[in-house]
Design a protein around this ligand. Structure first.
Ligand code: SAH
Length: 204
């Protein structure tokens, strides 16, 4: 997976490649799906959600430019796989999931891997986590109608937000940077994610 799907397609960060080589993806897919765990695609998980494609996880993580000093916010814990990768690279990861069932499963997997620098919460991540802001990096792993203003407000200066934006079937992965002079937005690639729900998301 690391060589053929990630390095061969242009993922350059050694830190991202080694985190993805270290975290066992088969522990994050549903029972019976272990043989597909290293395939080149998203897979269905509970609550009609998906575990993202490995390449997309790598690309989004690389775009965040994480260091060991960074406080990270993730919206959409899902299986917890992306959370584990972020925890390998950042100082602390705060992750919010809408579905309690998914959060409970993810918490057990992350605990079993011994990852301690993670705080999980069940709720609406479209509003961010104001009590823990500002964040150096924010990653949204579900597609939003527009970039939620609560999230850009919770970005530290120098911070980066990566988020899929647009209607299902026509989403663009967007990188937003907060600089001293304001926000800079860049379109990265076309993508396909499940819907972000909640106050700044789509109706369920
Ligand atoms: N990174 C996850 C992706 C899961 S799919 C993985 O690879 O496993 C996206 C997740 O976002 C789903 O679990 C969905 O329930 C969650 N989600 C959608 N809207 C949300 C919201 N407003 N707040 C928190 N989580 C949300």
């Amino acid at each position: 997976m690391v060589a053929e799907q990630l390095a061969a397609r242009g993922i350059r960060s050694e830190a991202v490649l080694s985190a993805m080589g270290w975290i066992p993806r088969e522990r994050f897919v549903p029972p019976g799906q272990q043989s597909s765990a290293y395939g080149d695609g998203a897979l269905p998980i509970d609550c009609l959600q998906t575990i993202s494609q490995p390449y997309m996880v790598a690309r989004m993580t690389e775009l965040l430019g994480l260091t060991r000093e960074h406080r990270v916010l993730e919206i959409g814990t899902g299986s917890g796989y992306q959370t584990a990768i972020l925890a390998c690279l950042g100082r602390h990861v705060y992750s919010i999931e809408w579905h309690l069932k998914l959060l409970t499963l993810a918490a057990a997997r992350l605990e079993a891997l011994g990852l301690r620098n993670i705080t999980l919460r069940c709720g609406d991540g479209s509003l961010g986590w104001p009590e823990q802001a500002p964040f150096n990096a924010i990653l949204v792993t579900a597609g939003a109608p527009v970039v939620p203003s609560a999230l850009t407000e919770q970005l530290a200066v120098g911070g980066r937000l990566v988020i899929p934006v647009g209607p299902v079937g026509d989403q663009t992965l967007v990188l937003v940077r907060r600089t001293e002079g304001g926000l800079k937005t860049e379109d990265i690639l076309k993508c396909r994610f499940v819907k972000l729900v909640g106050a700044a998301g789509w109706r369920e």
